[in-house]
Write a protein that binds this ligand. Structure first.
Ligand code: CP
Length: 308
């Protein structure tokens, strides 16, 4: 059953897997419509939203801002460094304040996994929460824009062969994507250092060395080495990592012509992915960034439906 954009109404978006398949497909179709120039179907009212980023971001933060402005929302600026966070204000109290002053939706990125549990249990906080990334937990909006990018390319998910390669244990993108791609019928492979592989991923796919997946995959999804979440460099020089686990130019030559390269970015060029491949004909990395705006418009519209 296909649901229309008017039928998608979300209170919060915390994880991708909380969405039904119909909601996922509805958001993909709505994002495609926005990309083709569709206008918001929200009533002509004032909507206040804010972006609370406690961890650095370029793509998620700025594409939300573009999406919010395209939808005509009033975007309340927030910079943790010049806010009362510097006086010890907790995340709970920041969000409570936003809710009390009439902000209807907060996009939040925070280093603490599952930071949102305390917020959604509050009886006082009424603002909606959109998770812009929680530690190594979830990144639902990245997952949805990745699904949009894959759907635009192939038009289906079932039976696609997707390799997710690299810093698996630290990646919220990998966590969200493996769950959703598996549920939508894709065959998954995992590649990368064994010490960054967790046996619990066996429920989603097969662990192989990168050289053994090259000619199988439709989608080669590379992950950033998340230096900020590591205790040390864990023994890999950039060159060693690239040669052992990265998508080198030589490896990419073994991929099928129809296969695409994805990466949530920012990319550590010449570490997980060769510099020359970032903007190559098989890369969809800039398309992922562009799609982020349209998918976030679809998500914001679905969240604000419940507020109108
Ligand atoms: N892909 C992603 O989440 O990028 P940012 O950290 O720049 O938002």
């Amino acid at each position: 059953m296909i649901i229309t954009s008017e039928q998608i109404s979300l209170k919060h978006l915390l994880t991708a897997e909380s969405l039904s398949d119909q909601e996922v497909m509805g958001l993909i179709r709505r994002a495609q419509a926005f990309k083709q120039g569709a206008k918001s179907n929200l009533p002509d009212e004032q909507f206040f939203v804010t972006n609370l980023f406690f961890e650095n971001s370029t793509r998620t933060h700025k594409s939300f801002e573009v999406a919010e402005k395209k939808l005509g929302f009033d975007v309340i600026e927030f910079d943790a460094k010049s806010s009362s966070v510097t006086k010890g204000e907790s995340l709970y109290d920041t969000v409570l304040t936003m809710s009390a002053i009439g902000v209807q939706a907060c996009v939040i990125r925070h280093s603490q996994e599952d930071y949102y549990n305390e917020l959604i249990q509050s009886k006082t906080i009424t603002t909606s929460i959109i998770n812009g990334g929680d530690g190594s937990g979830n990144h639902p909006t990245q997952c949805l824009l990745d699904l949009l990018t894959i759907y635009e390319e192939f038009g289906y998910f079932s039976g696609l062969n997707v390799a997710i390669c690299g810093d698996l244990t630290h990646s919220r993108v990998a966590n969200s994507n493996m769950k959703m791609l598996k549920r939508l019928g894709a065959n998954l492979y995992f590649c990368g250092p064994e010490e960054w592989y967790n046996k619990q991923y066996e429920a989603y796919g097969e662990y192989l060395v990168i050289d053994d997946v090259l000619d199988k995959v439709d989608v080669m999804m590379m992950l950033r080495v998340q230096h900020e979440r590591h205790d040390s460099d864990e023994g890999f020089s950039k060159e060693t990592y690239h040669q052992r686990y990265g998508l080198t130019v030589k490896r990419a030559e073994k991929m099928q012509a129809k296969a695409i390269i994805m990466h949530p970015a920012p990319v550590n060029r010449d570490v997980e992915l060769a510099d020359e491949l970032v903007e190559s004909y098989q890369s969809r990395i800039t398309q992922q960034m562009t799609n982020g705006v349209y998918m976030r418009m679809a998500i914001l519209e679905a969240i604000l439906h419940g507020k109108a």
